[in-house]
Design a binder for this molecule. Structure first.
Ligand SMILES: *[C@@H]1O[C@H](CO)[C@@H](O)[C@H](O)[C@H]1NC(C)=O
Ligand SMILES: *[C@@H]1O[C@H](CO)[C@@H](O)[C@H](O)[C@H]1NC(C)=O
Ligand SMILES: *[C@@H]1O[C@H](CO)[C@@H](O)[C@H](O)[C@H]1NC(C)=O
Ligand SMILES: *[C@@H]1O[C@H](CO)[C@@H](O)[C@H](O)[C@H]1NC(C)=O
Ligand SMILES: *[C@@H]1O[C@H](CO)[C@@H](O)[C@H](O)[C@H]1NC(C)=O
Ligand SMILES: *[C@@H]1O[C@H](CO)[C@@H](O)[C@H](O)[C@H]1NC(C)=O
Ligand SMILES: *[C@@H]1O[C@H](CO)[C@@H](O)[C@H](O)[C@H]1NC(C)=O
Ligand SMILES: *[C@@H]1O[C@H](CO)[C@@H](O)[C@H](O)[C@H]1NC(C)=O
Ligand SMILES: *[C@@H]1O[C@H](CO)[C@@H](O)[C@H](O)[C@H]1NC(C)=O
Ligand SMILES: *[C@@H]1O[C@H](CO)[C@@H](O)[C@H](O)[C@H]1NC(C)=O
Ligand SMILES: *[C@@H]1O[C@H](CO)[C@@H](O)[C@H](O)[C@H]1NC(C)=O
Ligand SMILES: [Zn+2]
Length: 844
């Protein structure tokens, strides 16, 4: 899946980095990190006696039953629209779904108990059959474990025998989720009613399984290593379309109300990749590819407006690139991608049916920003990389999810560089992911890429693994390995890895072995595992010091909290600040964005960098003024970036010219009251400077537009008002899914927290409504809302929060926020005077 990123759709600058960390870290990556932490304890495997009746000692399924195939029927009873004709009894909407599944499994160890996963399902009927003689085995007892294991335990009267095959049939019913997990409800407004007087509201059924939600849709062996083939049939209402992992084989009417769609059997795959969607969506023109039928689906209005065209135009190219590059063809005949109005992650790589948030797939020329275009290309490349890294070869267990996400993130940069070379994605990747990873990994509360297996057992712990370390550090460690053994050797090793483990599961040792083979074929001498294990099994990264007098080299883990030993701070903070003076003469956007990301920390801690940045950006703003004033953009891609950045930095730091330009455009927009494309880049300034009228205009636009880009940009702009009562109103709106979708709650609150005027409000707000708001991306919410924390009082509140609330998947994020706050307090105390003095001196 793709990590939801709050920075993706605005030119917003996000999480902070201390400048020194980058300077210190950059030169160190190639040098071996010596000090090993104590040997990790191997995970104790549970042992089971053949007649066990008690629950297994850990939350992993016993491995004595191995699933081979599932035959699954699922029937969501949902109506996609409610017709409100006066003389027709209106059907009531329903979230009920019914279904049955037959799993064929092989018994590798004699046992009388079947354990599998099932959550919130009511089991109606069940039977166990021995496939050899079709004999039914009597079920003694069936029980749901009422704990985090989600086990469904079936005790039999007689034992299942080692070496034989059996089938387990279960019929069941459940309720679709309203919180974007498992099989869930999504809704949107159609542009026009079906008939006069009808509601414009439309509904669809979609799934999001990763990591552990498939068990809420049908009982299954819900672990990534329990791969199987899925034969799926969806029963759905007449007039709707069902999409699944595989190509459709038959679709027929059942009666006047129902039809069914049967799909070809899937490849052998993990349960978390299971997906289907039932909707009234339509498809854009297909994406060119010589073998695979690639279709892009979205709301009918979005298709009509051609918003899916950009995605369709690059998907085939990216898929072909991977096929050539990896020398293994994509396995299926079809690849569907769909833009969903509601989806928890930015995107999810379900095999053959990739799901995206609308903003991650739909692009509108002239309205969407350049950054959105790059975001779309990067996400498609990320999800398609998963079709190999994750879907074809899967990690053995969630503690090594970095193998999925690190590869998808790294491969995406290579693919985007290939299909959209103008984006300079390789450079952008280094800037963004390096800084992101270095920042999080400089906390003692960080985690190694490869967390000990026994620590990652519950669903919350698994969800907690999907963070910047897994994505960014995972990708960078692979990039480092490619640099170390050589790109060609690495490429060969990756091909060996995929070929040897396709349709299977691998752990990081398997990867090291494959790369090692390639190293030896090229007569290299690098000991891959020895070099790489310290990087994946330990937290942090080293700072290397070279004594230039005698050539001695030392290393030490880099930590923000560097109280141990004497290591004076590594560099005087004013040295780093001095370096930013060159910006005044710079027009390229990578150095600018890089510097701004780092300076953000000073802004968060001191709120004093405004005058300095205003001065620095003045010339850059003037450089693009012609374009800006006439609502045009330069031809060069990277100059377009610089222009957006210039407007953003100039307006947010109060350059009068910029403010008046933005206010004028906004006033004009309010007058014409249509879609004014160019104004969108500068939206938030007039909202910040304006009052009730400006805010309410933006809010009405936000509510009425069905244009994804415009909606996203307005949602961020609305958070910029300085009026506390408007911010409070906006926060209240996040509790109403009719106003702010659940998937957008965390980022909306984060946008408000980023506003100095809103930060305290959001902290109170998330504590008051934690149950609801934490259903979104709770970890990012915490790091966003606490990013300005730098006082003892805030620290104490945060510590109280960590003991008084159920943190779930945000557990690690809260600990990191506590440490970050401690570090901030210390850093501010030490540097306050010299930094404030520095900023004053620059603008005196
Ligand atoms: C009832 O429905 C029928 C067909 O849907 C329509 O022709 C008729 O005019 C309706 N009657 C009223 C009273 O609305
Ligand atoms: C719909 O719900 C209403 C009120 O709960 C009930 O009176 C009516 O019978 C229901 N209609 C159907 C078709 O189930
Ligand atoms: C499973 O469900 C399908 C669809 O509702 C139904 O046609 C089929 O008979 C069911 N299978 C069994 C064994 O009940
Ligand atoms: C069990 O099923 C597997 C896979 O379908 C098959 O290879 C094997 O021969 C079967 N074993 C028996 C004892 O029927
Ligand atoms: C570097 O090496 C020289 C010569 O051994 C030594 O005198 C000096 O103290 C060392 N410098 C540091 C910073 O350790
Ligand atoms: C850093 O440099 C500034 C002058 O630029 C000086 O005032 C300050 O004392 C130095 N701080 C340290 C820790 O060396
Ligand atoms: C930063 O620049 C100022 C002014 O040019 C200078 O006084 C100071 O020493 C510099 N700081 C460092 C650490 O080089
Ligand atoms: C910026 O450029 C001007 C003129 O080219 C030069 O005089 C000045 O020193 C430069 N400033 C910096 C910080 O490099
Ligand atoms: C900006 O406008 C001036 C005067 O109208 C013109 O000379 C200059 O070439 C323009 N620059 C760009 C980049 O269009
Ligand atoms: C803008 O237009 C919409 C309809 O497109 C209308 O509902 C709204 O009231 C208008 N707003 C203003 C401020 O005129
Ligand atoms: C830094 O680490 C030391 C020792 O490891 C610890 O006592 C101290 O509380 C930490 N300080 C901060 C600001 O985290
Ligand atoms: Zn991913």
């Amino acid at each position: 899946m793709a990590k939801e990123s709050f920075i993706s759709k605005t030119v917003a600058i996000t999480f902070v980095v201390m400048t020194c960390s980058v300077i210190a870290g950059m030169i160190t990556m190639i040098i071996l990190y010596k000090t090993q932490i104590s040997e990790l304890n191997p995970t104790p495997r549970p042992t089971f006696s053949t007649t066990t009746t008690g629950p297994p000692p850990v939350m992993r399924l016993p491995k004595y039953l191995v699933p081979e195939t599932y035959t699954v029927y699922l029937q969501p009873h949902l109506y996609t629209k409610i017709i409100e004709k006066v003389n027709v009894t209106s059907p009531n909407q329903t979230l009920l779904f019914t279904g049955n599944s037959t799993v064929v499994f092989h018994c590798v160890q004699t046992t009388r108990a079947i354990y599998l996963h099932s959550k919130d399902l009511t089991i109606m009927d069940s039977s166990v059959v021995s496939l050899k003689d079709n004999a039914r085995l009597k079920i003694n007892e069936m029980k749901h474990h009422e704990d985090v294991s989600d086990f469904l335990e079936i005790q039999l009267n007689e034992a299942l025998e080692k070496g034989k095959n059996y089938s387990l049939f279960l019929s069941f019913q459940g309720e679709m989720s309203q919180s974007l997990d498992g099989l869930y409800l999504s809704s949107y407004h159609a542009d026009v009613a079906a008939e006069e007087g009808d509601s414009r509201e439309r509904f669809l059924a979609a799934t999001n399984m990763e990591p552990t939600e498939t068990r809420r849709v049908f009982p299954c062996f819900d672990e990534p290593e329990m791969k199987a083939v899925f034969h799926v049939t969806i029963v759905h209402r007449i007039g709707t379309r069902a999409l699944g992992n595989e190509q459709k084989s038959v679709s027929n009417m059942l009666d006047d109300y129902w039809q069914y769609t049967k799909f070809n059997p899937t490849p052998k795959m993990s349960t978390y990749l299971f997906a289907f969607v039932v909707s009234e969506f339509e498809q854009s023109s297909s994406s060119p590819h010589d073998r695979v039928d690639i279709q892009t689906f979205a709301r009918p209005e979005a298709i009509k407006a051609r918003h899916a065209d950009y995605a369709a135009s690059i998907t085939g190219k990216i898929l072909s690139f991977y096929e050539k590059y990896l020398e293994i063809n994509y396995q299926q005949k079809t690849l569907d991608q769909i833009a969903l109005p509601d989806l928890a992650p930015a995107a999810m790589e379900n095999w053959g049916l990739v799901t995206y948030q609308e903003g991650a797939l739909l692009y509108e020329e002239g309205v969407s920003s350049l950054l959105e275009k790059e975001w779309i290309a990067t996400l498609i490349a990320h999800e398609l990389a998963h079709q190999w890294f994750g879907n074809l070869v899967t990690m053995k267990w969630w503690n090594q999810i970095w193998l999925n996400e690190g590869f998808a993130t790294y491969m995406a940069t290579i693919a985007v560089e290939h299909v959209e070379p103008m984006f300079q994605m390789t450079d952008v990747f280094v800037m963004r992911d390096f800084q992101q990873a270095f920042e999080e990994d400089a906390l003692a509360s960080s985690h190694p890429l490869n967390v000990p297996e026994q620590e990652i057992q519950t669903s919350s712990a698994i969800i907690g693994m999907f963070d910047s370390i897994t994505y960014s550090k995972g990708a960078l460690v692979l990039r480092m390995l490619a640099g170390l053994v050589g790109k060609t050797t690495f490429h060969n090793g990756v091909k060996i890895y995929l070929r040897d483990f396709m349709y299977k599961n691998a752990d990081q040792n398997d990867l090291w072995d494959s790369i090692q083979k390639a190293v030896e074929m090229d007569n290299g001498h690098t000991e891959v595992a020895k070099v790489m294990e310290p990087w994946t099994n330990q937290i942090g990264y080293p700072v290397i010091t070279i004594n230039t007098t005698n050539g001695e080299i030392y290393q030490k883990q880099f930590l923000f909290n560097d109280t141990a030993e004497s290591e004076a701070k590594l560099a005087n903070v004013t040295l780093a600040l001095n370096l930013t003076r060159f910006l005044r003469n710079e027009t390229a956007y990578i150095p600018w964005e890089s510097a701004i990301r780092n300076l953000k920390y000073f802004d968060l801690m001191f709120d004093r960098s405004e005058a300095y940045l205003r001065e620095q950006v003045t010339d850059l703003y003037k450089y693009f003024r012609n374009y800006t004033d006439s609502s045009t953009v330069p031809e060069d891609h990277s100059l377009q970036h610089s222009q957006i950045l210039a407007i953003d930095v100039a307006c947010s730091n109060g350059l009068p010219e910029c403010i008046s330009m933005a206010s004028k455009m906004y006033a004009n927009w309010m007058k014409i009251n249509g879609t004014n494309t160019y104004v969108l880049y500068t939206l938030w300034t007039p909202v910040a400077a304006g009052g009730k009228k400006e805010w309410e205009f933006a809010w009405d636009k936000f509510q009425s537009t069905t244009d994804t880009s415009e909606k996203d940009q307005l949602r961020s702009a609305l958070a910029c008002t300085k009026k506390i009562w408007l911010l409070n109103r906006y926060l209240e709106y996040t509790l109403d899914p009719e106003k702010i979708r659940l998937m957008e709650v965390a980022s909306t609150i984060y946008y408000i927290a980023r506003n100095v005027a809103g930060q305290a409000l959001t902290w109170n707000f998330i504590r008051a409504h934690w149950d609801y708001v934490s259903e979104g991306d709770a970890a990012s919410l915490i790091s966003g809302v606490t990013s300005r924390f730098s006082t003892q009082f805030e620290l104490e509140e945060l510590e109280r929060f960590s003991t008084d609330y159920i943190l779930g998947s945000a557990d690690r994020a809260v600990n990191q926020a506590i440490e970050q706050t401690q570090v901030n307090i210390q850093w501010v105390a030490e540097h306050k005077d010299v930094i404030l003095e520095w900023f004053e001196a620059q603008t005196a």
